[in-house]
Write a protein that binds this ligand. Structure first.
Ligand code: XMP
Length: 517
């Protein structure tokens, strides 16, 4: 792999993603990892990320010079560039010339590995206080900016490179090309991390892991569990059984997409548990959001547990027990939980958390090396239907937390129709990839007066909550064109009799959350 050494800023994961966009496999490692351990991973190259503002700051992480002497190509960015320059004998000074944000770099394209084939002047994104004032011996200076005389260094002989800016952020116009030049030319790595190779590798390792044993998977209808199941299916075929708990809180068409389209596309052995009534009964009269979540989570576990027992009993045998449970854990979860390589904990995710002791499963986590966009690519490669692959995030408790007030079958039917219209129109307008997700919320206990034809109505409002986001941690309300909003509003109030008002939520997160409950 290419190892991205994380110096503690928020950039390491982004760099790892950019490396993979250059079709090279990458992993994030903490800066505290000893050089020997790092080299034991046999890295094809090492990238030093940005980090704290100054190499002179108290507790600024050190760079062990041994890392630069191992013969492995190294690329330092921002803090990584300064730490590297200093370790190689260059000078880093507090020049007082701070540069933040966009600036222009003049680059030497003639005698450069990093900048070959690029414009001589490029907008780059900077964020630094200290500067490298003297390049290390043996390194050429191939870029300068107004405030930074040494903005890039290159040493082809030792294959050591660095830039003062952040090539991983989109504001750095040529950033991806600089990174590709390092990876493909400087480090000589072949770009072969493609979806079809990824699928082949994962299939091989799943086969090795589970052997002849049987595997169980809880399908939610979301992207991750669907792609994980499709991968395991490709690897071990009919050793896999999937369980889909239909809790009746999904949106229009979603249960059918899992029960029919997904099965047709992948051929998985699917057990569908129709638990709609059970969930409705348990939710009757409940209005508090956290209580709803708790009830839905508990019911889910009970239903899944029973299905799992039946499957262990029916499908397993002494020689091929049902021993494995598929989890859709993604790479960011792995990095955020410390990159642990040991036994993974089941996420406290309601889907499959808290299984009883007599159902001891080991985990198969086929997606644990992948970012979300890679999961989608792998899904497409495996032939998972596009409606599932491109599905927007949808909360586990589903429509249960999009009805403000108590949940019942009638209210679910109203919301399902309004939601289907909103989704259809957003898709028709080509906005699916611009919008992170668009909850449609039914204010079931609110009534407002309206007029339809010559009659007065007393109906419910629905709220449209389209948001733009990178990771759901923060979000902004999405600027959906007025015409699209108008069409959605007209259609919902015409086609869903019980709804006589459509309102738009224009709150960012924070202070609002994405969901209303
Ligand atoms: P909030 O509303 O907290 O949502 O801004 C952030 C993201 O999480 C989703 N969400 C949930 N997902 N179980 C889930 O699996 C839940 O209880 C839950 N609540 C919110 C929400 O849709 C958004 O993507």
């Amino acid at each position: 792999p290419v190892l991205v050494v994380d110096y503690g800023a928020q950039y390491a994961q982004l760099i790892a993603r950019r490396v993979r966009e250059a079709q090279v496999y990458s992993e994030v490692v903490p800066h505290s990892m000893p050089v020997a351990d790092l080299l034991a991973k046999r890295p094809a190259a090492i990238i030093l990320s940005g980090g704290p503002s100054s190499v002179y700051a108290d507790g600024a992480p050190a760079l062990d010079p041994a890392l630069l002497e191992a013969g492995v190509p190294v690329f330092g960015m921002c803090y990584g560039f300064q730490a590297m320059s200093r370790a190689l004998g260059g000078t880093v000074a507090r020049t007082g010339a701070r540069e933040y944000g966009k600036t222009t770099a003049s680059v030497d394209t003639a005698d450069s590995t990093l900048f070959a084939g690029q414009p001589m002047s490029q907008v780059v994104w900077m964020s630094h206080g200290d500067s490298v004032t003297e390049a290390p011996a043996g390194a050429r200076v191939t870029a300068t900016t107004a405030g930074t005389p040494v903005a890039a260094i290159e040493d082809d002989e030792r294959r050591l490179y660095g830039v003062q800016w952040h090539p991983e952020v989109l504001h750095s116009e040529q950033g991806q090309r600089v990174l590709e030049n390092f990876l493909w030319k400087g480090a000589g790595i072949a770009p072969d991390w493609t979806p079809s190779n990824v699928v082949d590798d994962l299939v091989t390792s799943i086969r090795e892991q589970v052997g002849e044993d049987r595997v169980l998977c809880a399908l939610s209808g979301g992207v991750d569990s669907s792609v994980a199941a499709a991968l395991v299916q490709k690897a071990v075929g009919d050793q896999l059984t999937c369980v889909f708990v239909d809790h009746g809180l999904l949106r229009e068409g979603e249960a059918e997409q899992v029960e029919q389209d997904f099965v047709d596309a992948t051929g998985v052995d699917l057990v569908v548990v129709d638990a709609r009534e059970r969930f409705l009964d348990a939710l009757a009269g409940v209005t508090d959001p956290e209580t709803k979540r708790k009830i839905i989570g508990e019911q889910f576990i009970r239903v899944f547990e029973q299905a799992a027992r039946d499957i262990v009993h029916d499908r397993g045998d002494e020689h091929h027990p049902v021993k494995w449970l598929v989890q859709g854990t993604l790479y960011p979860d792995v990095v955020e939980s410390g990159g642990g390589e040991g036994a993974a904990n089941i996420k406290s995710h309601h889907n499959v958390g808290g299984l009883p002791d007599d159902l001891q499963f080991q985990l198969v986590e086929p997606l644990r090396t992948l970012f979300k966009d890679e999961v989608r690519q792998v899904g497409l490669e495996l032939g998972v239907p596009e409606v599932i692959v491109w599905r927007q995030p949808f909360p586990g408790p589903g429509l249960g937390i999009r009805i403000i007030g108590a949940v019942d079958a009638e209210r679910l039917a109203i919301l399902r129709r309004a939601d289907a219209i909103a989704r259809e129109e957003l898709t028709r307008a080509g906005l699916d990839r611009d919008i992170w997700q668009c909850p449609v919320v039914l204010l079931a206990d609110v009534r407002s007066v309206g007029v339809q034809g010559d009659g007065r109505t007393y109906g419910h409002p629905v709220v449209l909550r389209p948001v733009a986001s990178e990771d759901a941690m923060t979000a902004d309300w999405a600027r959906v064109p007025y015409e699209v909003l108008a069409t959605i509003s007209t259609r919902i109030t015409n086609e869903v009799e019980e709804v006589n008002r459509v309102v738009l939520d224009v709150t960012s997160k924070p202070p609002g959350t994405i969901e209303w409950e």
